[in-house]
Design a protein around this ligand. Structure first.
Ligand SMILES: NC(=O)c1ccc[n+]([C@@H]2O[C@H](COP(=O)([O-])OP(=O)(O)OC[C@H]3O[C@@H](n4cnc5c(N)ncnc54)[C@H](O)[C@@H]3O)[C@@H](O)[C@H]2O)c1
Length: 290
């Protein structure tokens, strides 16, 4: 699709992958509505981009709220009339614990942001894209965790839901509105603030202390993401290319392919689920940092 003078809406645009996608789309001549729940960094990043003469509109948005998503839609259409690309990307890292031991509040928070936030974005913007009829695209941020198996983490479950929802959207649009493409972004290891997701959690989340304690205990993981993780701006480039090519699955690091394959091999062989091997320690393909 042609990006020049078209409009994109990106959720979770104040940080990490969302910011990287916003920058890549701005570089291609798009106007970008930057939506995020965190006002201060949102305004700061929007101002920085505005100073470089990019056309941005920051809108403080909580993707878990219907009223807030309605307002995002109104602000985008009031400012730019038509929206052509929506990146449903806002996400949080989840909460530790078993399926039965995790609080209702944690389920509501993680599923609310990671899954329902994506669904709300689709329900708000797809009818508009169908109505204006111009080439359009939806990008949903899933994860490698949305394709692999493992213990019952809410995060993994929310991302599997995003993958399946995106495939459903792909078929529905191919059938009813083929001018709208779909990309399911499955990032691997990206250097972002995902480990600080508690900054946006409900203040009374029962798992808050556990999440914060976990943050300290998994310092090695933080270092891994910081040193081996792909730069978010590079993810933005990969996503922009996937939109151009109307590519559905969008990966950042090829090293995860065997881990994904092992799940499907086990399904095909009819064996019980097998835990994937450890995540790759370094990335050597041309999409990685090394
Ligand atoms: N970092 C990785 O390695 C990685 C890997 C796979 C998938 N992802 C996914 O990428 C997406 C972006 O995360 P990131 O890694 O850039 O982390 P990040 O924390 O840097 O960015 C996430 C953004 O989402 C915003 N956000 C959180 N809750 C929100 C809400 N209710 N409404 C609106 N905005 C909200 C945050 O304020 C933040 O700006 C997430 O969906 C995440 O699950 C990340």
């Amino acid at each position: 699709m042609d990006f020049e003078n078209r409009t994109a809406v990106v959720t979770g645009a104040a940080s990490g992958i969302g910011l990287g996608m916003a920058e890549a789309l701005l570089e291609r001549g798009m106007r970008v509505v930057m939506a995020d729940v965190e006002e201060a960094p949102l305004m700061q990043e929007a101002e920085r981009l505005e100073q470089s003469n990019f056309a941005v509109l920051p809108v403080v948005t909580d993707v878990t709220s219907n009223a807030s998503m309605d307002q995002l839609f109104e602000r985008a259409v009031d400012a730019f009339e038509k929206v052509h690309v929506v990146c449903n990307n806002a996400g949080v890292g989840g909460a530790p614990g078993t399926l039965w031991g995790t609080s209702e509040e944690a389920w509501a928070w993680v599923m609310g942001v990671n899954f329902e936030g994506v669904l709300k974005g689709i329900r708000r913007f797809v009818p508009h894209m169908i109505e204006h009829g111009e080439p359009s695209h939806i990008v949903n941020t899933s994860s490698i965790a949305g394709l692999t198996t493992g213990g019952g983490s809410i995060y993994g479950i929310s991302k599997h839901a995003v993958t399946r929802l995106s495939e459903g959207l792909f078929f529905d649009l191919a059938n009813q509105a083929p001018h709208i493409g779909v990309t399911c972004l499955c990032p691997g290891i990206i250097d972002t603030r995902i480990f600080d997701s508690d900054r946006n959690s409900p203040a009374d989340l029962p798992e808050l202390e556990a999440i914060r304690g976990l943050g300290k205990r998994i310092e090695g993981m933080r270092t891994y993401f910081r040193t081996q993780g792909m730069a978010p701006r590079q993810v933005g480039e990969i996503v922009a290319q996937a939109i151009e090519e109307r590519r559905f699955y969008c990966f950042t690091q090829d090293e995860f392919a065997p881990i994904i394959a092992s799940r499907f091999e086990s399904i095909m062989a009819g064996t019980n689920p097998v835990l994937p091997g450890p995540a790759p320690s370094t990335f050597t393909n041309d999409k990685g940092r090394n």
